[in-house]
Design a protein around this ligand. Structure first.
Ligand code: GLU
Length: 305
């Protein structure tokens, strides 16, 4: 731990002076109001030690990182049946791309592109009267923090300009891959994307992925070991949209990014790490976050390979 702590601190200090060539997401207007210089790191180890640096306690819009939690809920209810409606292949396309969706008859490539997460939201809506409440209760239980909530400003802001996501759901509905009302599915989808959490909360919450699906703090089985491995595999192949190959090559860990500037990564049997830095590269992943994680796993010689 001493070693990880000092390595993290050294890299963190180096990256506070980093020339960040990224651009903050502005397509969701509310995200443009976030201070683009924020920079936080949190790493939690399996023996329950946590290192927090910089703006690690600052809450931010987790955006697509939420899609992982959404998937866990649906997978635990329906099991392998969900893969009839969404695939597990890397998309090689942008997070909000329409192109493959028509060619592949409304079946999204994976649950981490927008179309895939919208199908997962539809599945949960078929099981729950109030899926938002179920989702937030699930997250609060995992984080052991009842203050966790959606950011309703971000939710309303994204909804007001969600044209592309509405286009995706309409395309899928035309192929019969959406069963509920479009507005209800989209409201739920935009809500889960607006989830607001800090690096410190996220690195603790997602630690079960490094522990065969068992929350080391509470011993709760969040996922069976087999499902845990499978979602780790999907994160490795699909967690970074059309930059998943680059992330696997440079960082070597399964993970998930969000357009709010957060990146989560897992080293099985060791730790969960979360970086937050709002400026994004052209693929929609945190520019400084990617570089930071590459440097971290290189210095520690950490990789799943
Ligand atoms: N809410 C975002 C959208 O639908 C999620 C995208 C992301 O974080 O990659 O555009």
């Amino acid at each position: 731990m001493e070693n990880i702590h000092s390595v993290l601190e050294n890299i963190y200090n180096k990256f506070t002076h980093f020339e960040d060539k990224g651009q903050q997401a502005t397509y969701i207007p509310e995200l443009a109001n976030v201070n683009e210089n924020l920079f936080g790191i949190s790493l939690t180890t399996l023996n329950q030690e946590q290192v927090n640096l910089g703006d690690a306690q600052q809450k931010f819009s987790v955006q697509s990182i939420s899609k992982v939690l959404l998937l866990i809920m649906a997978y635990n209810i329906e099991g392998e049946k969900i893969w009839k409606r969404v695939d597990v292949e890397p998309s090689g396309a942008a997070f909000n791309s329409m192109i493959l969706l028509e060619l592949e008859k409304g079946i999204p490539r994976n649950p981490f592109i927008n179309a895939g997460a919208i199908v997962i939201a539809d599945i949960l809506l078929s099981h729950y009267k109030n899926p938002e409440n179920e989702f937030i209760s699930f997250v609060r239980r995992l984080t052991n923090d009842t203050s966790i909530d959606f950011d309703l400003k971000v939710y309303a802001s994204e909804k007001s300009v969600g044209y592309r996501n509405y286009a995706l759901i309409n395309m899928m509905k035309s192929f019969g891959n959406i069963t509920n009302l479009i507005d209800e599915v989209m409201d739920f989808y935009f809500k889960i994307c607006s989830l607001s959490m800090s690096c410190a909360q996220l690195s603790k919450t997602f630690l079960f992925f490094a522990n065969d699906g068992v929350d080391p703090f509470t011993n709760e089985v969040v996922l069976t070991p087999s499902r845990n491995r499978r979602i780790n595999a999907i994160m490795l192949l699909c967690g970074f949209y059309d930059e998943a190959g680059e992330f696997a090559y440079r960082v070597g860990l399964p993970g998930k990014s969000g357009v709010g500037g957060g990146i989560l990564a897992i080293l099985p049997n060791k730790y969960a790490v979360v970086v937050f830095s709002p400026k994004l590269n052209e693929k929609g992943n945190s520019y400084r976050g990617m570089a930071f994680l590459e440097c971290l796993t290189t210095e520690l010689s950490d990789s799943v390979f």
